[in-house]
Design a protein around this ligand. Structure first.
Ligand code: ADP
Ligand code: F6P
Length: 324
């Protein structure tokens, strides 16, 4: 094969996500099973530019499939968004004999991978983010664990909210996307869910809803607020003043990014990591692994980054109907 891969580099980039370790393990073991060498690049693109590169063997990924975070560490790296940084990164790959690289991260990380591909390093992206905001794929590694963590936390807030007959505004992560919020909205049976993709900033509607729910005999009012809307604390103060219902804000924050990955995240990470190695071994480059209708496929990174997706209308409608 003209551009046969001998050494595969692997890095994690952007926000960490539960299941990244399972993906690293899959890359290392599938690559070695196919006769390739593997090098782990620590701290994402920042570590690449600092040449923080280590050889990885099968035993180096023992005992990590069940662990949250990423053993390779992750980072956000401004220098790599510049043409000079990218050129330096490609040169460092060549210096270390890395002819194929697997980038586990989100859209931003894929933009970096796209640049490396343009500079002659074969690259494959694996979707790893709790936000589920990568358009080409139905699934991103970390989402299931994060949404389960948030759901369990919200159940706990609900207990105390019911006891005190309060309104609780609970803010979940997701950057500009409302997938975590929508899933919690349905799974926690929240009275209201505020999504960046849908919210009309009509606070009076929320106030009316709280008052009507009180009249219907509801003992609490749970509002899931996506971080893309934010401002939960000031919103709580305004809502309490307008409704007379005691209102508290809880921001779940980074706890949503940690913890042992669920079976779904371990499974998807293992399959996607191995699939990424297969693609490199087939001589492919500038591709993103994606889950579509239950199977794994891959897309050209340029096309993947140009795709758009949004929250499902039916799920949003059902979320509202079922909480009445
Ligand atoms: P995510 O991958 O989760 O979307 P970020 O958007 O923070 O996270 O991106 C992670 C890293 O990817 C950035 O810190 C940067 O190093 C790299 N990156 C992001 N955008 C670009 C770009 N346009 N060109 C090159 N590298 C990029
Ligand atoms: O992309 C994952 C994510 O957790 C987002 O949900 C959130 O907006 C962001 O990362 C937080 O980033 P940081 O860890 O830099 O605060």
């Amino acid at each position: 094969m003209a551009n046969e891969i001998h050494t595969i580099g692997v890095l994690t980039s952007g926000g960490d996500a539960p299941g990244m370790n399972a993906a690293i393990r899959a890359v290392v073991r599938q690559a070695i099973a196919k006769g390739k060498k593997v090098k782990g690049i620590q701290r994402g693109y920042a570590g690449l530019l600092q040449e923080e590169i280590i050889d990885m063997e099968k035993r180096d990924v023992s005992d990590i499939i069940q662990r949250g975070g990423t053993v390779l560490q992750t980072a956000r790296c401004k220098e790599f968004t510049t043409a000079e940084g990218q050129k330096k990164g490609a040169e460092i790959c060549k210096k270390h004999g890395i002819d194929g690289i697997i980038v586990i991260g989100g859209d931003g990380s894929f933009r970096g991978a796209q640049k490396l591909a343009g500079l002659g390093i074969n690259t494959i992206g694996v979707p790893g983010t709790i936000d589920l905001d990568i358009s080409c794929t139905d699934y991103t590694i970390g989402f299931d664990t994060a949404v389960n963590t948030a759901m369990e936390a919200i159940d706990k807030v609900r207990d105390t909210s019911t006891s005190h007959e309060r309104c609780s505004i609970i803010e979940v992560m997701g950057r500009g996307a409302g997938y975590i919020a929508l899933w919690c909205g349905i799974s926690n049976g929240a009275e209201d869910v505020l999504l960046p993709e849908r919210y009309d900033y009509d606070e009076q509607r929320l106030v009316n809803n709280i008052i009507e729910n009180r009249k219907r005999g509801k003992k609490h009012h749970i509002i899931i607020n996506a971080e893309g809307i934010g401002h939960s604390t000031s919103m709580a103060k305004r809502i309490e003043a307008a409704t007379g219902v005691e209102t508290r804000a809880t921001i779940l924050g980074h706890m949503q990014r940690g913890g042992s990955p669920t079976a779904k995240d371990r499974m998807m990470a293992s399959l996607m990591g191995a699939y990424a190695v297969d693609l490199l071994c087939e001589g492919k480059s500038n591709r993103v692994v994606a889950s579509k209708q239950g199977g794994l496929v891959d897309f050209d990174i340029d096309e993947a980054l140009a795709m758009t997706k949004t929250v499902d209308d039916y799920e949003y409608e059902i979320c509202q109907t079922l909480s009445k």
